[in-house]
Design a protein around this ligand. Structure first.
Ligand code: URP
Ligand code: ZN
Ligand code: ZN
Length: 462
């Protein structure tokens, strides 16, 4: 038998459907064999006794190096963003290429590629964000880019500079359906939010907590209903991203019962944070400002139920990092006085999987196979990376995270690798953490120590 570059022995392998014990033989960056007694043919053996051997995480909702408004700078470029992802057990992330109004998609995409080139520690594949669906964009840019493998795009129903109106949503859905592209929708009703912001301003309610009260469940529920209805009219499958509450989940369930193909995603912030976190002293609530905002404990339970019963297919971080104590971050001169100017988004690419593993698998809410499906396999399936990525099978990329299920970790930003200056999960105690991570057969992190170099991560064409 030809030698393997690496054989992982002694671990418990889990995929989205099976759990089994055997050796994993890796050759040429691929999983070459699953079986017993492979160590005799190994150039290098990694002992995973007592550990889980899982497909590397795929985080399909990550914001990196996005322009964020005047004077505001996102805390992660591709180097720190992918490094943080890697230490959290991810081997692929899917950031967005944000089209600014008036600009073409192609040119913008070239800029993101230039930023990522040579900087990444994980593999990367881009989604597009369409916020100016002009005839040129829908008629030329989008078809050409989908043809080139950029087969997913996000549209917003909120944010003044990004939102599409219903006519634009329908036109974009229509083109995406013809192209076979996947559309991700951010569902919040912008007019309702603006109405509430004006009310809060009139009452001088300007603290971070007003971010949550101006973006109520009803604004998300209504937009979710509208998004799935418009998708039904055009007959296109959609992904409803970062779902935060039970009422929006009900809209998704009803759409599915009507026969629509709706994929749904939720995130850690909707499991372990609540709107009360935005109420912190000294403007600390700004650390939790994201959209949709965290809700209440009943909505947390609804999200757990959705993760268990299959309503949710995807568990992503929506990593969107800004520094807290910085003039170009949350506490920018305007943001330090008015919630409307606090940049939306929180960091979380490194903590996404440990939180779900600990709160979900270790606490018995989901099993290990569901964990793998929610954090890796379903992302690969939904966005065209499967079976190259997202599973442990012969011929797949050897993207593997070896987890110590007993490791107790208290989340501290000082121990994380992103470019922000805080974690919204500071102090959360979790059990289980990825200790060794391989990317296409190369050991990147060994026993929680970096052994790879910048640039080992590559762009993945879909
Ligand atoms: O607050 C958030 N989620 N910011 C990131 C942008 C988005 O809507 O996903
Ligand atoms: Zn969004
Ligand atoms: Zn997002």
């Amino acid at each position: 038998m030809d030698m393997f570059d690496i054989v992982i022995t002694g671990g418990t392998i889990a995929t989205a459907s099976d759990t089994f014990c055997c050796d994993v033989g890796i050759r040429g960056g691929k999983i070459a064999m699953l079986g017993d007694g492979l160590a005799a043919y190994a150039n290098e053996v990694i002992d995973a006794t007592g550990k889980y051997v899982l497909p590397g995480g795929i985080d399909s909702h990550v914001h990196i190096a996005q322009p964020s408004g005047e004077g505001i700078v996102m805390a992660d470029g591709f180097e720190s963003g992918t490094l943080s992802a890697l230490f959290g057990g991810n081997t692929t992330i899917m950031p967005f290429c944000l089209q600014e109004r008036g600009r073409g998609l192609r040119q913008t995409l070239a800029e993101y590629h230039a930023l990522a080139e040579g900087s990444c520690y994980t593999d990367v594949s881009f989604h597009l964000i369409v916020c100016d669906p002009s005839p040129d964009v829908l008629g030329q840019d989008l078809p050409a880019l989908v043809h080139d493998g950029y087969t997913s795009l996000k549209v917003f129903m909120t944010y003044e500079n990004l939102r599409l109106n219903d006519a634009q949503l329908l036109a974009t859905f229509d083109v995406a359906r013809d192209l076979g592209a996947t559309v991700m929708v951010h569902c919040e009703n912008e007019d309702a939010i603006r109405f509430l912001i004006e009310k809060h301003e009139a009452a001088s309610l300007l603290r971070p907590s007003s971010h949550a009260t101006t973006r109520p469940v009803a604004a998300e529920r209504e937009a979710t209903h509208r998004a799935v209805s418009l998708a039904e009219i055009v007959d296109i499958p959609v992904v409803i991203v970062h779902v935060s509450n039970g009422a929006a989940i009900d809209e998704i369930t009803r759409a599915r019962q009507r026969g629509s193909t709706v994929t749904a995603e939720t995130c850690p912030q909707y499991l372990v944070l609540t709107a009360a976190d935005l109420d912190g002293m000294d403007w600390e609530g700004a650390k939790f400002v994201c959209s949709p905002p965290p809700r209440d404990t009943a909505d947390q339970q609804a999200c757990w139920q959705g993760l268990r019963d299959g309503t949710f297919d995807l568990f992503s971080s929506d990593h969107c990092p800004y520094k807290y104590d910085s003039v170009d971050g949350k506490l920018n001169p305007k943001g330090a006085r008015h919630f409307r100017h606090i940049p939306n988004g929180i960091p979380g690419v490194e903590t996404r999987m440990p939180i779900l593993f600990s709160e979900g698998v270790r606490k018995g809410r989901i099993d290990i196979n569901r964990f793998v499906a929610l954090t890796s396999t379903n992302h690969a399936r939904s966005y065209g990376l499967y079976p190259r990525k997202g599973t442990i099978a012969i011929g797949a990329d050897a993207d593997i995270a070896i987890w110590d299920p007993e490791l107790d970790v208290t989340i501290r930003h000082d121990d994380l690798h992103d470019g922000a200056d805080y974690s919204p999960y500071e102090g959360l105690e979790v059990q289980g953490w990825p200790v060794t991570v391989l990317l296409r057969g190369k050991v990147m992190v060994r026993d929680r120590i970096m052994v790879a170099k910048k640039g080992d991560g590559q762009y993945v064409r879909r």
